[in-house]
Design a binder for this molecule. Structure first.
Ligand SMILES: [Zn+2]
Length: 342
């Protein structure tokens, strides 16, 4: 397996303090190009993974709804400059679970901006998308497996083979495949609190794809205090994030990245898995910012020839739609990751 690399590197402290933290408008000088000035020559090697954090407050207020659409439209508009390979929504797509169908109609339409433009993507359910009992009627209606099965990059979902997985909660647990920058990647989206049957399914999918580098997207995992809760957050049949780490992530050494939302704020930590390789865990949730989140999202640009992942916090709606970067050390940073080894 891969050699141990350095843990996540902080190198923007000076810049963050110089510009007063949050609202600086341009990336730091030592970060790669911004979307508007992306260098096409680099596209053959670098690629970008986009995380859409909790959109629930945009969906709860009709006057904020357009922010979600602006996010996915920006992704489409930036696909070439950033070589966007995949987009993951980390859940709390809507605010009111099954109560307000219009929220789902809108969210389904805004994510379809990605579908319709051939951008690989999927979503995970949050605690505002599914009940504590795991009921997700509207999620099932607007984000069913059938929405994605027409795409060749959609891997499947838990329950599609009843002989292997008796439970079938549709697209609540799904996976996708993509290749970019010379890397073969699998992305798993796992439902809130990851019950035992999901742990078993996800573990099997990871073992069936040992040569794919794995990203796990789930709604609640890391907190802004950079810890993993030791109790399930929502469900009586749920698994605590710390137990998910021990049972699923640590022993499956192809997992190198976990992304989540839910806990308002930002966080990250890096731990070593059973093979001695680093696993980066990154939290982003801007729902308590102005305007239900002010359009903030995350994108991770992988540079295989540098063995680095450059993480950006960006809003396409701020500054009257001109866009804005948040460049403090919590928001813009690099992760070391060996992309050369097999
Ligand atoms: Zn949540």
């Amino acid at each position: 397996m891969r050699k141990v690399l350095l843990v996540a590197t902080l190198f923007l402290l000076t810049i963050a303090s110089a510009c007063g933290g949050d609202d600086a408008s341009t990336p730091a000088d030592n970060m790669p190009a911004t979307p508007t000035s992306g260098a096409p020559a680099e596209q053959s090697t670098s690629f970008t993974f986009v995380v859409i954090p909790d959109t629930q407050y945009y969906m709860a207020k009709p006057e904020l709804s357009a922010t979600f659409a602006a996010q996915t439209q920006w992704i489409v508009d930036s696909r070439d400059s950033l070589n966007i390979a995949f987009v993951s929504h980390v859940g709390d797509i809507v605010e009111h679970i099954d109560q307000v169908e219009q929220e789902w109609i809108d969210a389904g339409k805004y994510m379809a901006i990605l579908d319709d433009n051939g951008i690989k993507n999927n979503v995970v359910a949050g605690n505002h998308d599914a009940s504590a009992e795991g009921v997700a009627t509207m999620f099932d209606k607007y984000f069913p497996a059938g929405r994605y099965e027409k795409f060749d990059w959609y891997g499947g979902y838990m329950g599609e083979d009843a002989s292997l997985d008796p439970a079938n909660r549709g697209n609540m647990n799904n996976y996708e495949l993509f290749s970019a920058g010379g890397l073969d990647v699998i992305v798993l989206h796992l439902e809130p609190d990851i019950p035992d049957d999901v742990l078993a399914w996800a573990g099997r999918i990871l073992k069936e794809n040992p040569n794919r580098r794995a990203i796990i997207s789930t709604h609640a995992f890391l907190t802004p205090a950079n810890d993993r809760p030791t109790a399930a957050a929502f469900r009586s049949d749920g698994t605590a994030a710390e137990a998910v780490w021990e049972q699923l992530i640590k022993p499956n050494c192809n997992v190198f990245l976990v992304v989540n939302g839910h806990y308002p704020g930002e966080g990250r930590r890096t731990d070593t898995n059973a093979c001695g390789d680093p696993v980066h865990q990154v939290l982003q949730d801007y729902q308590f910012r102005a305007n239900g989140g002010d359009g903030w999202l995350r994108y991770l640009t992988f540079k295989p020839d540098e063995n680095k992942i450059y993480v950006y916090t960006y809003s396409p709606t701020r500054k009257d739609g001109a866009g804005d970067f948040e460049t403090d050390a919590d928001s813009q940073f690099t992760l070391d990751y060996d992309m050369q080894s097999e």
